[in-house]
Ligand binder design. Structure first.
Ligand code: C2E
Ligand code: MG
Ligand code: MG
Ligand code: MG
Length: 288
């Protein structure tokens, strides 16, 4: 009997593995097609200045409008793209697309783009950034690259060197999901990040947990002492907003201010410019 049930367990396990492998293959083929067929979309989530209420930037967050599966969040495809190396192409596309859309932002508003570890290793990234900034006439200081601590785990020296290149260009570097990775503090000493983003895991329990309030407060003090701008992500309640603002958090991002949306759905918060769409193709053509 024990043998039987062992066999059954094995069957279920192997079915699950096969299913996972199938989804994985499908997603990979699908992702290539998605990029060709314009199924990938850039959504934008506003970042608000805590003291003035002004929207000072937007984070670019990818969405996939899948023909049969509906709207899919990055949680289910970024990992695949990283595992297969496709993230390099996808990341280039996202940067170009984010900066193309950012031409419609008000003059000083910043655009943040998430960057995967593999992208940092791609020799092409710097070029893509320089080109996309020039084509869209966006000042480098308006672009923020969001990286996580995992970027710094391997090839640290190489990575820091790359990050310094971006900084020399005038691009800003943010440390995303702060507090969830490893060795955060030693990296803060070795690299001058412009911004630190408190992970939403710490923000979520501010209303209920004294520990979370203590961590949030300490993080804000650390950011201030090291001259970094501090942004809280995942702000959902008035209580969180008030606590963070009172404790010196510079910027707030979260559902309380706005969910990520296509830029056209953010007109109530952002003064969006009309950029003639005919001219983009033309300008971009020369760059390709
Ligand atoms: P992230 O960069 O930390 O982005 C913040 C995530 O928190 C987003 O999830 C956002 O929709 C979500 N969020 C924002 N405000 C709230 C809130 O008030 N409450 C809650 N519960 N969640 C909130 P999303 O869009 O699903 O993206 C997940 C992750 O996927 C991102 O985390 C980022 O690491 C990655 N990602 C998204 N777009 C890209 C991209 O273009 N390139 C790369 N490499 N990664 C991306
Ligand atoms: Mg981010
Ligand atoms: Mg984050
Ligand atoms: Mg995150």
């Amino acid at each position: 009997q024990a043998k039987e049930s062992g066999k059954r367990t094995w069957c279920i396990f192997s079915d699950e593995l096969a299913e996972r492998a199938r989804i994985r293959r499908e997603t990979e083929v699908d992702l290539h097609r998605a990029l060709e067929n314009n199924e990938l979309l850039t959504y934008f989530q506003p970042q608000m200045c805590a003291s003035t209420g002004e929207i000072v930037g937007c984070e670019t967050l990818l969405r996939w409008k899948h023909p049969t599966r509906g709207l899919i969040g990055p949680g289910s495809f970024i990992k695949h793209a990283e595992d297969t190396g496709f993230i390099t192409r996808l990341g280039d596309w996202t940067l170009r697309e984010a900066l193309r859309v950012a031409r419609r932002f008000p003059d000083n508003m910043r655009v943040a783009v998430n960057i995967s570890p593999l992208q940092i290793h791609s020799a092409n990234l710097l070029n893509t950034i320089v080109n996309a900034l020039a084509v869209n006439q966006i000042a480098p200081s308006r672009l923020e690259l969001e990286i996580t601590e995992s970027v710094l785990l391997s090839d640290t020296e190489f990575t820091l060197e790359r990050l310094r290149k971006f900084k020399e260009l005038g691009v800003r570097i943010s440390l995303d999901d702060f507090g969830t990775g490893y060795s955060s503090l030693s990296y803060l000493r070795r690299f001058p990040f412009d911004k630190l983003k408190i992970d939403k895991g710490f923000v979520q329990d501010i209303d209920h947990s004294e520990e979370c309030r203590a961590i949030a407060r300490a993080t804000l003090q650390l950011a201030k002492a090291l001259n970094m701008v501090c942004t809280a992500e995942g702000v959902e309640t008035e209580g969180q907003k008030q606590f963070l603002t009172e404790n010196g958090c510079d910027e707030l991002q979260g559902f309380l201010i706005s969910r990520p949306q296509p830029l056209d759905k953010l007109t109530h918060l952002i003064d969006i410019r009309d950029v003639p769409s005919g001219s983009d193709e033309h300008v971009e053509e020369g760059d390709r």
